[in-house]
Every structure is written in structure tokens, then in C-alpha cells.
Design a protein around this ligand. Structure first.
Ligand code: NAP
Ligand code: G4F
Length: 350
């Protein structure tokens, strides 16, 4: 039975990856940050009491800013594969919390590489590492972007992911470690964080349809992204660790749409006209923007046999259907006299 350790298991991708690995028969261990409220909503359905002999998913407190803790978890878990998905992953927040973002995303990856290198040296075990890189690393480089495209990051987040990518390449070259860099383009799902633009739109569309919300405030509507489905992308992560040699892989759909296109699709599906509800608020405009991402995933297709299954329209509709259901639940509570708080509406750095 193979053992995987997933940092960022409580996030969107971590939850899909844990599901995927459990279905493949893995024992899955996840790193969880201590928080004053539960932060395991996305994986609660996978978790069983660890006293249950059938349990195959286990959680460990840990943080990418704490190297000693990472070492202890590696000693306890003795994984065959490590997936480093943990990150302060919001681009706009990285402008506000630049040092923290670099600490988690760049230095956190370095801490994990160092801990893994020592673990392998002391135990003589072979462990494979997947590093969650991002199309944000390409930034201002024009599309289509592939593994040869120069990096030109446009945010502290993007720059930190470039540093993490380069650390990973260096540890591969210097110590012969099996480290894979996935360069994933935007991928979404009903589990997407509610301050990313896709989910912000589908959440608002559902609420507007049911009369719970009137307006949606957004930033740059002209930005173009290559949006795929997170459930498809975790398979590419796993496939990339099953190869004879480590390498770097762009993972994308190859299609690019604007934020406006996303609005058209989401609101149109509910027979709404987004122009009557969407307003641009400068607080959501970034100090530097990534204008156009469109991935060329030819290498992943050729070497991994991977390609995206869910297209743009299907993805948007899946998210809208889910969020319309959530809005119905909110409306039921409100109609029953409960006070409901529309978290995320008009707030913060989303
Ligand atoms: P996400 O939903 O924001 O999840 C991030 C995860 O990292 C959460 O589990 C979070 O824990 C954890 N985390 C945050 N700070 C941490 C720290 N200091 N130490 C340990 N864990 C920490 O992100 P995602 O969309 O699943 O993305 C997964 C990874 O892929 C990230 O590295 C992201 O940067 C990268 N990526 C994402 C995309 C995309 O489009 N989704 C594209 C390219 C690359 P809490 O739940 O406690 O916050
Ligand atoms: O949904 P977003 O916040 O995603 P972004 O910045 O592309 O980053 C995501 O994808 C990366 C992969 O390329 C990941 F590495 C990263 O971790 C994250 O998952 O913004 C998408 C676009 C941007 O151009 C942004 O300016 O939408 C634009 N946008 C317009 N109004 C908005 C808003 N983005 C957000 N979050 N909120 C808005 O109100």
C-alpha cells in the first residue's frame, strides 16, 4: 500500500487529490494548519476516526513556515510520494502580505526540500515530490505558454512560485531528487475558494437569481485565463510522479476566456444579464496584472497521456448549479426567519 503526504490537503486541490489517491488505494496523510475554527470542510467526507481499522486518511498539524514540524511529520509518515500544494494562493492577497507569501510559497518549499533531502539520506528511502507551480510564473510572457516560455511573474505570489520552481530544479540537479514541477493553469470547481473570480461570480449569480443579493463588485473584466476543472488536474499531478524520470509539465485546457466570458456563461445560464448587476470596484484591480494566459499542454498530453476532460461551459454550469443549491439553502433559512450573513459580498481583497 503506497503512502502519500499532501500539504494543503484542506484546500480545493488537496481535497480532490486526497479523494483520487484514496480511490487508487493509497494511505493519505495531510498537513493541517491549526486554526481556531474547523478548516477541514472540504475533506470531512474523507476522514474517519483514526481508531477505525479501515481508516486510510490521517491528518497532522503542520505549517510550511515550520521546518522542524515538517521533519517530524516526514519521520512519522514515511511517505512514498509528497504533494506540496500548501500555499497562500491568492494573487491579490500576495500584494498585501508579500513577505508572508514568500515565506510560505518560496521558503516553505525550500524547507520541505531540505527536510526531504535529510529524510532520504538518513533512512535511505526514495521519496518523490510534486511541487505545485503556477501559470502565474509566466505572468507577462505572451500566450500560448509552455515549458519553454520564459518566466515573467507579476506579483509576489508569482515571483515566489518561480523561486519554488527553481529550488525544485536545483534539488533535482544537485542531489538527484525525484522532484516534479507541475505548471498548472487556473482550475476551478464547486470547492474553489469564494474570493477567486470564478467562484465569486457563480456564488453571486445564484444569490442574485434568488433575490438574496443585487450587486457584484469585480476588478479587471478583460483579463483572460485558461480555466479547467480541478478534478481533472489532480490526475495530472499523480501521473507526473509515476514516470521513469522527473520533469516539468504545463497542465492546461489550451482555451482562453475573459472574465466577461465567464460572466456571460454564468449569468446567461440563469437567464440573467450580468450588466445589470456587475460593477467595477478599483479595490479589486491589481498593482500589476497578468493579462492573458493560455496553456500549451502538449508535453503532458504526449508524456503523461493527460488531457482536460471538462470544458469551459460544463465547468461554469457545474459551479452555477452547485451555488444555486447553496443559495436555495440560504433562502430557506432566511424565509424561516433566520438571520443569514452573505459572507464574501463586497468584502476584503477577493
Ligand atoms: P487553496 O484552495 O487556496 O488551498 C491552499 C492550501 O494551502 C490550503 O489547504 C491551506 O490551508 C494551505 N496553506 C496555506 N498556508 C499554509 C501554510 N503556511 N502551511 C501549510 N499549508 C498552508 O489552493 P488550491 O487552489 O487548492 O491550490 C493548490 C496549490 O496549487 C497551491 O500551491 C496553489 O498556489 C497552486 N496552484 C493553484 C492553481 C489553481 O488554479 N487552483 C493553479 C496553479 C497553482 P487552509 O485551508 O488552512 O487555508
Ligand atoms: O480568480 P483569480 O483571483 O485567479 P488568478 O489571479 O488567476 O490566480 C489563480 O490562478 C493561478 C494560476 O494561474 C494560481 F496560481 C493562483 O493560486 C490562483 O489560483 O483572478 C483571475 C482574474 C485576474 O486577472 C483578476 O484580476 O480575474 C480578475 N478579477 C477581476 N475581478 C478578479 C476580480 N479576481 C478576483 N479574485 N476578484 C475579483 O473581484
Amino acid at each position: 500500500m503506497r503512502i502519500a503526504l499532501v500539504t494543503g490537503i484542506t484546500g480545493q486541490d488537496g481535497s480532490y487529490l486526497a479523494e483520487f489517491l484514496l480511490a487508487k488505494g493509497y494511505t493519505v496523510h495531510g498537513l493541517v494548519r491549526r486554526s481556531s475554527t474547523f478548516n477541514t470542510d472540504r475533506i470531512d467526507h474523507l476522514y474517519r476516526d483514526p481508531h477505525d481499522p479501515q481508516a486510510r486518511a490521517f491528518l497532522h498539524y503542520g505549517d510550511l513556515t515550520d521546518g522542524t514540524g515538517l521533519r517530524h511529520v516526514l519521520e512519522r509518515v514515511r511517505p512514498d510520494e509528497v504533494y506540496n500544494l500548501g500555499a497562500q494562493s491568492h494573487v491579490m492577497v500576495s500584494f498585501v502580505q508579500a513577505e508572508y507569501t514568500a515565506d510560505v510559497v518560496a521558503t516553505g518549499t525550500l524547507r520541505l526540500l531540505e527536510a526531504l533531502r535529510d529524510h532520504m539520506k538518513v533512512t535511505g528511502r526514495q521519496v518523490r515530490l510534486y511541487q505545485a507551480g503556477s501559470s502565474e510564473m509566466f505572468g507577462a510572457s505572451p500566450p500560448p505558454q509552455n515549458e519553454q516560455t520564459p518566466f515573467h511573474p507579476r506579483s509576489p505570489y508569482g515571483a515566489s512560485k518561480v523561486a519554488a520552481h527553481l529550488y525544485a530544479v536545483n534539488y533535482r540537479e544537485a542531489y538527484g531528487m525525484f522532484v516534479v514541477n507541475g505548471i498548472l493553469f487556473n482550475h476551478e470547481s464547486p470547492r474553489r475558494g469564494e474570493t477567486f473570480v470564478s467562484r465569486k461570480i457563480t456564488r453571486a449569480a445564484g444569490r442574485i437569481k434568488l433575490g438574496l443579493q443585487e450587486k457584484l463588485y469585480l476588478g479587471n473584466l478583460d483579463a483572460r485565463r485558461d480555466w479547467g476543472f480541478a478534478g481533472d488536474y489532480v490526475e495530472a499531478m499523480w501521473l507526473s510522479l509515476q514516470q521513469a524520470e522527473p520533469g516539468d509539465y504545463v497542465v492546461a485546457t489550451g482555451e482562453s476566456r475573459s472574465v466577461r466570458d465567464f460572466l456571460d456563461e454564468a449569468f446567461g445560464y440563469l437567464d440573467l444579464d450580468w450588466r445589470e448587476h456587475v460593477f467595477v470596484d478599483p479595490r479589486y484591480i491589481r498593482p500589476a496584472e497578468v493579462d492573458h494566459l493560455q496553456g500549451d499542454a502538449g508535453r503532458a498530453r504526449e508524456k503523461l497521456g493527460w488531457q482536460a476532460k471538462v470544458g469551459f461551459r460544463e465547468l461554469v454550469r457545474m459551479m452555477v448549479d452547485h451555488d444555486l443549491d447553496l443559495a436555495r439553502q440560504e433562502k430557506t433559512l432566511r424565509d424561516a426567519g433566520h438571520e443569514i450573513f452573505l459572507r464574501g459580498v463586497g468584502s476584503g481583497h477577493g
